[in-house]
Design a protein around this ligand. Structure first.
Ligand SMILES: Nc1ncnc2c1ncn2[C@@H]1O[C@H](COP(=O)(O)OP(=O)(O)OP(=O)(O)O)[C@@H](O)[C@H]1O
Ligand SMILES: O=P(O)(O)OC[C@H]1O[C@H](OP(=O)(O)OP(=O)(O)O)[C@H](O)[C@@H]1O
Ligand SMILES: O=C(O)c1cccnc1
Length: 474
């Protein structure tokens, strides 16, 4: 749970409230609606996305209500008393169907579906998008780093240059994606993530000499000393001083945990540092590297340059999802009452899929992910053997002999969460299990193979008929 800021009802875009007021006065308040959450493009030019943020979203949703001062504020913004009286008792009371946190997901499939009255579905849009888009972006980034880290570990150092309090979500999502610890103490406590840390240049600078700074730190934290060796000169001063302190620590019955390299050529310096430490008898001292790292630099350091690095500290690029500012997830109306709804767009790729839907994942004979399919909920998956390209019907693919599983599961019923709380370790392990089933060609960084998401014939026909109707009625 996050530090409380009271109730979260105002954590929404104003238009959600003005529309909700409109629904209220036009007698649409009791109409049932279905909305889909989906995104259109995998971030980082990648071949997959990691779904994260579900538990956080549900936690925030349980606090999505309006206290007296919120109601007064909305009154000052011109909202009407009768509607505000309705908001006083507002609580989400609908159903939510979702893929599991840590699932591998793909563009254009609904990964979460909300069912409820039109007002409640509308009001929670911004909260949902805010949390799921960001955590999924960062979990994906973290997992990309994990994919190239081999057996090395990395810690999230991102808080200081993250987007404000988004750092809390970033740390959570980073751990789901594969970080082994975080420097962000609040996130560590809230989500039971191992906390870790080394020391900053200010520590070293605050003493008269580097050696004095190293000794002082080792004395006060003998169980976990990682010395930052680049304040003056890594090879001529930092590492020789670290070796002196390692020797003194051994005499006192302790062990130096590691050194941290934070500038210069990390491959060259780590190889030299390893040699110097080993020759001095300290092969147990770990080498940690940091400085504007990302998955591409980590991959190059480990697989092309044989860097002698045991662990990475990764900050800004991880916590901000650099170079992608956001996952482009959207929330679209798919059904009102028994009427399927869709959005027509000039851009054919942006036409939405109408109706209440379920997503199935098909696997090949070896159990590897093969295709995902979007079907109308009432369809029998056993009858579906051909999947159609969502935009170009002349492109289709057979799933004749594949096994399948539904991906959307009920996680909220009549406003109450059914979600069995999982630890972040469990969510991460689920991600690992699922990612193993995703063929490697979708995981490579350069021009990954496109994972196909198709739609059923019935869904395609429903959409086409509705589109024709909408164009004629316009
Ligand atoms: N061997 C390497 N291969 C690829 N990238 C590297 C390697 N070593 C370091 N880098 C990256 O190169 C960049 C070096 O940063 P920069 O040019 O700012 O120098 P610096 O070492 O940080 O210097 P200073 O700290 O004095 O400003 C960082 O982004 C770092 O991650
Ligand atoms: O480069 P990032 O991936 O964002 O990783 C975090 C960086 O933040 C710290 O530097 P900073 O200059 O903020 O503080 P320092 O004085 O401790 O070096 C740390 O030394 C890393 O270099
Ligand atoms: O513990 C560290 O070394 C650390 C923490 C945050 C940012 N940079 C480094």
């Amino acid at each position: 749970m996050y530090p409380t800021i009271g109730q979260y009802g105002l954590y929404t875009d104003f238009y959600e409230l003005t529309m909700a007021q409109g629904y209220f006065f036009y007698g649409k308040k009791e109409q049932t609606a279905n909305f889909d959450y989906f995104f259109r493009t995998n971030p980082f030019k990648g071949g997959f996305t990691v779904f994260a943020g579900l538990e956080d979203f549900l936690d925030f949703l349980s606090g999505f209500s309006f206290e007296n001062s919120d109601i007064e504020y909305l009154e000052q913004q011109g909202l009407k008393t009768e509607f505000l009286n309705y908001l006083k008792d507002f609580r989400f009371s609908g159903n939510i169907f979702s893929v599991s946190e840590g699932e591998i997901i793909f563009p254009n499939e609904p990964v979460l579906r909300i069912e409820g009255n039109l007002i409640e579905c509308q009001l929670i849009e911004s909260l949902l998008l805010n949390i799921l888009n960001f955590e999924s972006l960062i979990a994906t980034k973290a997992f990309r780093i994990k994919l190239v880290s081999d057996k090395k570990i990395f810690s999230d150092f991102g808080m200081r240059r993250a987007q404000g309090l988004g750092a809390i979500h970033a740390s959570r999502a980073s751990f789901i994606g594969g970080a082994s610890s975080t420097s962000n103490v609040l996130a560590a406590k809230l989500f039971d993530i191992p906390v870790s840390g080394t020391q900053a240049h200010s520590w070293v600078q605050s003493f008269d000499t580097e050696l004095e700074a190293f000794r002082a730190y080792a004395k006060i934290h003998p169980e976990n000393t990682i010395l930052l060796v680049d304040t003056f000169d890594t090879l001529k001063s930092g590492i020789p001083n670290a070796i002196k302190v390692a020797r003194e620590m051994e005499k006192a019955g302790n062990r130096l945990s590691g050194i941290r390299l934070d500038s210069g050529d990390l491959a060259f310096l780590s190889i030299r540092a390893r040699k110097m430490l080993d020759e001095a008898g300290f092969n147990y001292v770990k080498i940690i590297a940091s400085n504007q790292l990302n998955e591409l630099v980590v991959k190059s350091l480990l697989s092309e340059q044989n860097a002698a690095i045991d662990a990475f500290g990764i900050g800004t690029e991880l916590a901000t999802g650099k170079p992608d500012a956001a996952l482009d997830g959207v929330y679209k109306l798919a059904k009102i009452g028994d009427k399927p709804k869709m959005k027509i767009s000039e851009n054919i790729e942006k036409v939405t899929l109408p109706g209440k839907k379920q997503v199935y994942r098909f696997s090949d004979s070896e159990g590897n992910f093969y295709r995902d399919a979007v079907l109308l909920e009432e369809e029998n998956i056993e009858d579906v053997k051909i999947l159609y390209h969502p935009v170009y019907p002349e492109k289709f693919t057979s799933v004749q002999d594949c096994s399948f599983e539904p991906l959307l599961h009920k996680v909220v019923e009549n406003g109450s969460s059914l979600l069995k709380k999982k630890s972040l370790v469990e969510i991460h392990n689920y991600l690992l299990e699922r990612a193993k089933l995703l063929p490697n060609e979708h995981k490579r960084f350069i021009s990954p193979h496109l994972y196909k998401v198709g739609i059923s014939k019935k869904l395609m026909e429903t959409r086409n008929n509705l589109a024709t109707q909408l164009k004629t009625n316009k």
